[in-house]
Design a protein around this ligand. Structure first.
Ligand SMILES: NC(=O)c1ccc[n+]([C@@H]2O[C@H](COP(=O)([O-])OP(=O)(O)OC[C@H]3O[C@@H](n4cnc5c(N)ncnc54)[C@H](O)[C@@H]3O)[C@@H](O)[C@H]2O)c1
Ligand SMILES: O=C(O)[C@H](O)COP(=O)(O)O
Length: 605
């Protein structure tokens, strides 16, 4: 016997990320950690071979990098800001982007306070001059922060923490954040939320920014804003370079429009020579640090553990806890839906392979569908994982890569691109029409819905692959079962390779098929006969009844001596082995197999 080693998924870490997090991945994944960093060109050569990428703020994850990442399933930001990742391009490719929204809040807030006190008391210059052998006490007289006014722009997680710390230092805190919660601000001790940024500028002795860098926050503070500030004011930035216009800040310091600045972040890091940022780094009135806001042992452990746990979840096919580009779904909600997502994905795969001609046309998967949730499942409030599973199932059979990458992030975009329209129905009462599914607490019906043109032309709807078709299924003990396939009642696990043969339900057929498969060395794992469900049709239990009954009648009249031979049935076989063209040919000519099963018999689900 030959043992085949299955390669572990690969994870690239082109920055220094705490080993406490990476240790969570090393047993199950091949982790390529490069704490010294990689160049943009190196990144482009490494990315096609990895399944996950973990970065901090230095690696630029551009559309080009994402396009080269043909295996890439997740980009993790070991920190909060994702402005170095092109999230839109990742979303379009179904690549999940995760971050750690809370792991470094304390570190960033403490660093802000460190810069606040350092600017107030000239700590940077004092340290530098003493190291140079000078003792310049009179030149380094500072100001106190107690009883002074701190203006905070952006009262989010870091901003709120800074507010608490600075209130503790005896400061009066006012803030500007159009989206802040006024009650929470009041409870924290923030004296006032100002309606406009300009309102607080003349009042502040210190101003600190804690917004993300967005189109709306770029250059938020420029020449006009600095002119409204006190000449004694000092400004801080531990958020993102670019929120203060760097040229305007340099000018305001040079002309003593304001008194000083504490800066951790810059528009380009490290700044290019002879740019305003480069001059700010060297300025007498500036205390600067090289983007150290999150650089504490504790914060790095937090963010690394946070994102490595999420990377492992995504690579296992689960949802992460804080995806930047996926709709929020609670872990318990997701756990409950997982078996149904598997069922619906298989129903989609079965639909495409059984009902749609695999002749290779580009619109495979396209169509209008109704997905009906019965019983308890009808109460589902966040059905995105179920919709994503259906799209994945519908497109996967004839697409090696596109289908594999359909997930909760890009399902809507893929559906739009492929022409798939899904209507959901929450049918609170009862199960599906299949005998088995009605017994279970929850079941699902997938039904193709004729488009307008097809509805006007009933004949056409019957004869094309996009006519009304139905598949029903249910979950029992975490296993997905199909309880109805078109006009036939069934009860089978849609797993592995299936052969579905359309035959007459009469003695001898099983033996004939068994001997064909035996001759070709194909092992039969299970076999069952799915019988025609004419009862349901006669009872008129759903809208497809007439069409199905008509189809059944037609087969009975047209299909050679069908009336004398008995009812049609589906023979469903789970098989192991290579279903070659010769196998299908031999099965086609086996006696009693109806000739309209061609191309619908080999399924991989
Ligand atoms: N220097 C570092 O190492 C470091 C560390 C951690 C966080 N950060 C940065 O700090 C910033 C804040 O992080 P956070 O976790 O507090 O984010 P957050 O999302 O919790 O808070 C941001 C706040 O900004 C507000 N805001 C958005 N646009 C605004 C505008 N135009 N005017 C006023 N307020 C506006 C939002 O309403 C929100 O309350 C981010 O840019 C993050 O990347 C830097
Ligand atoms: O957004 C963040 O989390 C901070 O800017 C930290 O960035 P870093 O991981 O590069 O230190």
């Amino acid at each position: 016997m030959v043992a085949v080693a299955i390669p572990k998924p690969r994870i690239l870490v082109p920055e220094k990320v705490s080993v406490d997090g990476l240790a969570l991945l090393s047993a199950d994944y091949e982790v390529d950690s490069r704490p010294q960093g990689v160049s943009p060109d190196e990144l482009l050569t490494l990315i096609p071979h990895v399944d996950a990428l973990i970065v901090r703020s230095e690696t630029k994850v551009t559309p080009e990098v994402l396009a080269a990442g043909s295996r890439l399933r997740v980009v993790a930001r070991a920190g909060v800001g994702v402005d170095n990742i092109n999230v839109e391009a990742a979303t379009a490719r179904g690549i999940i982007v995760v971050n750690s929204p809370a792991g470094n809040i304390v570190a960033a807030a403490e660093h802000t306070v460190a810069l606040l006190l350092a600017t107030a008391r000239n700590v940077g210059r004092a340290d530098r001059t003493t190291k140079e052998g000078r003792w310049e006490r009179s030149k380094l007289v500072g100001v106190e922060v107690g009883r002074k006014t701190l203006g905070i722009v952006g009262l989010g997680k870091v901003g709120m923490k800074v507010a608490r710390m600075c209130i503790g230092l005896g400061m009066k805190v006012i803030a500007f954040d159009p989206y802040a919660n006024p009650d929470l601000a009041r409870q924290t001790g923030v004296e006032r939320l100002v309606p406009q940024l300009q309102d607080m500028l003349p009042e502040t002795d210190f101003m600190t920014i804690h917004t993300p860098l967005l189109a709306t926050t770029m250059d938020l503070i420029g020449e006009a804003e600095f002119k409204l500030m006190k000449p004694t004011a000092r400004v801080l930035n531990v958020a993102r370079g670019g929120v203060y216009n760097e040229a305007a800040l340099l000018d305001a310091l040079n002309k003593s429009i304001i008194a000083g600045a504490g800066l951790d972040v810059f528009t380009k890091e490290p700044p290019d020579a002879d740019t305003p940022a480069w001059e700010l780094l060297r300025h007498e009135k500036v205390v600067s640090t090289p983007h150290l806001g999150a650089s504490t042992v504790e914060a790095q452990e937090n963010v690394a553990v946070d994102v490595c746990t999420q990377v492992a979840a995504v690579l296992r096919g689960e949802l992460p806890t804080s995806a930047v580009n996926a709709p929020l779904i609670l872990p318990e909600e997701y756990r409950a839906l997982k078996p149904y997502a598997k069922l619906i994905e298989r129903m989609g795969g079965l639909y495409t392979q059984h009902f749609v001609s695999p002749s290779g046309n580009a619109s495979v998967g396209a169509g209008h569908f109704e997905l009906i949730y019965h019983g308890e499942l009808a109460g589902v409030s966040n059905s995105r994982p179920l919709l994503a599973a259906l799209v994945r199932g519908l497109v996967s059979p004839f697409s090696d890569t596109a289908g594999r990458h359909v997930n909760i992030v890009n399902a809507t975009a893929v559906a739009r691109e492929k022409g798939i329209i899904i209507r959901e129905t929450h049918a609170h009462s009862g199960g599906g029409s299949g005998k088995e599914s009605s017994v279970y607490a929850s079941s699902v019906t997938l039904r193709s819905v004729p488009t307008e043109g097809q509805q006007q032309d009933g004949e056409k709807a019957e004869s094309t692959s996009t006519g009304r078709q139905v598949i029903e299924g249910y979950v029992s003990a975490n296993n997905a079962y199909i309880s109805r396939l078109g006009r036939f009642s069934a009860n089978f696990l849609p797993e592995g390779t299936l052969l579905i043969l359309h035959n007459f339900d009469e003695p001898g057929k099983i033996g004939g098929v068994g001997s064909v498969l035996g001759r070709h060395g194909i092992n039969i794992r299970f076999m069952q006969v799915a019988s025609l469900d004419l009862e349901r049709s006669k009872a008129g239990q759903d809208e497809i009844t007439d069409l199905e009954a008509k189809q059944a009648d037609q087969t009975a009249t047209n299909g050679s001596d069908a009336k004398t031979k008995g009812h049609e049935a589906l023979m469903i076989l789970g098989v192991d082995g290579d279903i070659t063209k010769q196998v299908t040919e031999d099965l086609r000519t086996a006696e009693g197999i109806l000739n309209n099963w061609e191309g619908k018999s080999r399924l991989s689900v």
